[in-house]
Design a protein around this ligand. Sequence first.
Ligand code: ADP
Ligand code: MG
Length: 396
Amino acid sequence: MSGAFREREPEGVVSPAERAAAELAATWSVGPDGVWAAPGRVNLIGEHVDYNGGRCLPMALTRVTAAAVRRRNDDRVRLSSDAPEAAPFEGRLTELGPGAVDGWAAYVAGTLWALREAGVDVPGMDVAVASDVPVGAGLSSSAALECAVALAAAGLAGRTDDPQLRHQVVQAAIRAENEVVGAGTGGMDQTVAMLAEEGAALLIDTRDFSTAPVRLRLADAGLVLVVIDTRVTHTLADGQYAQRRRDCEQAARELGLAQLGEATADDLERLTDPRLRARARHVVGEIGRVDRVVELVAAGRMAEIGPLLDASHASLRDDYEVSAVELDTVVAAATGAGALGARMTGGGFGGSAIALVPEAVVADVERAVVDACARRGLTTPATLVVTSGGAARRLS
Ligand code: ADP
Ligand code: MG
């Protein structure tokens, strides 16, 4: 079975857009004025560099979160999701900021609050969301949620969908996640959700958040990207993420740099604390690997990025210490079964890995990761063949 075939939804599966509209009718008894969607993502390479002024290379998935919305004539905001355990939320437009909302609704309320702060005339609205991005799997369901709703709200406000709006949405979603949800995010996820191009990965330079599409010719090379969702999230993730950010800030301070991404290999020797030196070695090495991957992809030498993916994983495991036994297990099993390279993707401590796999051995890799986890008594992972999708958009 080819990857392209399996990426298509089987007959009879209802799309996120249809589910969102059904959720809007079921929970708030209204029909939609429109439906907007935003994609999840995988990061090919460039991990834990987006808060260091580094470069990263994510791609949007074809999987999306859809938001069906209906404008209201008052200042109320009502939110629901068809995800399990996501209770409906009701509040006023003026009560959506930091400290006012928690749980899943904080991602949405926070984004609407930040958009208003940025001067977008967000109206009262009823919102229902549905997604086929696995939630909490390191595939950025959170940015998909934020960006789908933000674009919808801007649409209801009558804003033209232009580059300026897209950048405003990115910033609003970043503010929501950092200031209202309280989960740190460097901005890679929101940027790729809003600016991705189908068929390409997106090179993001987080010094100024400039972007450039990098065409992926995976199929031409007979290659497939397989996402391996460990279906495990270790609860230390949030605290450890904040700790890594502090480590990087401290290392940059000691080197007299504004951001650690500016450091060179020579600078590393000047860091005396072994932990800070290891963190910095990851950041500097990872940014170099991104640049090398971009060169190889642009030259159509896709297969040669495999060893760089492996090196990225080793660096995240040993120097940055954000991997997990589940991630190390599936990465080793994937490469052992013929993947050209594999690495954890996203923040780490569980979540997902990606593997670059020749089409002929996709089934072997899928079997190998499941078997390896079974042998070690770990949760059975889910595998997903992914292709590059487009940015957030209006669907209807
Ligand atoms: P990731 O972004 O990698 O999926 P996060 O922990 O950043 O993981 O975000 C997951 C959280 O985002 C969920 O716990 C939930 O609060 C919220 N979320 C994402 N998608 C949805 C959805 N479709 N419905 C409700 N909440 C969602
Ligand atoms: Mg997230």
